[in-house]
Design a protein around this ligand. Sequence first.
Ligand code: UD1
Length: 360
Amino acid sequence: MKIVSVVGARPNFMKMASLDAAFRKSGKVQNVLVHTGQHYDDAMSQVFFDELQLPKPDQYLGVGSGSHAQQTAEVMKRFEPVMDLEKPDAVLVVGDVNSTLACALAAAKKQVPVAHVEAGLRSFDKNMPEEVNRLVTDHLSTWLFTSEPSGAKNLEKEGITDDVFFAGNTMIDTLRFFHKKARDLNMKEKLDLEGYGLVTLHRPENVDDSKTLAKIVALLEVASRHEELVWPVHPRTKKQLEHTGLNQRIADNKKIRLLEPQGYLEFLSLQMDARFVLTDSGGIQEETTFLDVPCLTLRENTERPVTVEQGSNTLVGSDKGKLRAALEQIGRGTYKHATVPENWDGKAGQRIAEYLEATE
Ligand code: UD1
């Protein structure tokens, strides 16, 4: 069986690492790896290939940045000839970025079956570009691999019941595999940190509008009164901080330390030793749940409800009161603890490989 697997943006790489390893281990699938180039800076892409032991992509499409339509269209145009060349039995996509949607659509139009890893997640907020990507990708897919129980329930409500398989979380496979290496890296000591909160922000709805971004910076100022904050800044956010002049306000706050985007192991090390994480990322809500590190999500909704119901995640949105209450609980040691969700056991990639091999 020949599969063309797609990665494009930062959160795809850790999901693919486990799948690629599983395919290589079984030897029954020829996995052709395609990188669309949606993310292209070394710090957003190459460092993950190096650290995650991902092979060099067989094809690099060099798409780069653009509006949603431009980026999606460009990936489709460049991906179609790859399918003509490789003639795969299936195209495998992960997550919910524009590259995921574009390759699923290009494949479906050529009647190549699509396997979607991380299917069925829903925030029910179509203002999020990822929600549109998730909806369309799932409806084009032949095989749908879910990562948490909400996935199958959401799909069933949309009339998708065939070939839905509760595989578990391939990103957590990768976290488990690299846990010790990240621990040994000890970024806390390297950066000379005591107690700290870790910040990540990149969602367009949080960073693109200057008023909203100013509100979020005010929330960070509240949190910085509890602990020093360490914040690796995404390129999208960096541009906006500079554009709005908020970078100056942050520079004046001695308890907020800005860093460049971090590699996988570095960031994982920072997460595991943080007193809390403040984020708008989806994947980080899951990683902190696995690590049982308090995660305060600066969003009103989540497509990953298991991280709230069973994990260490709380949706604080833009509510200072909720943020303060959670920080006080963390300070007092009364914040909730996580239990590891079902099938986040390090074997999701292997289950997906076995499932696809059996479809031959
Ligand atoms: C994308 C995904 C988002 C994911 C995030 C992780 C979509 C719709 N969004 O958002 O789901 O959570 O990646 O990071 O697919 N840029 C660089 N260097 C890079 C890549 C981007 O400087 O290597 C800058 C460019 O100015 C670009 C901007 O970041 O315009 C945004 O990049 P883009 O890929 O469009 O979206 P992300 O915000 O990264």
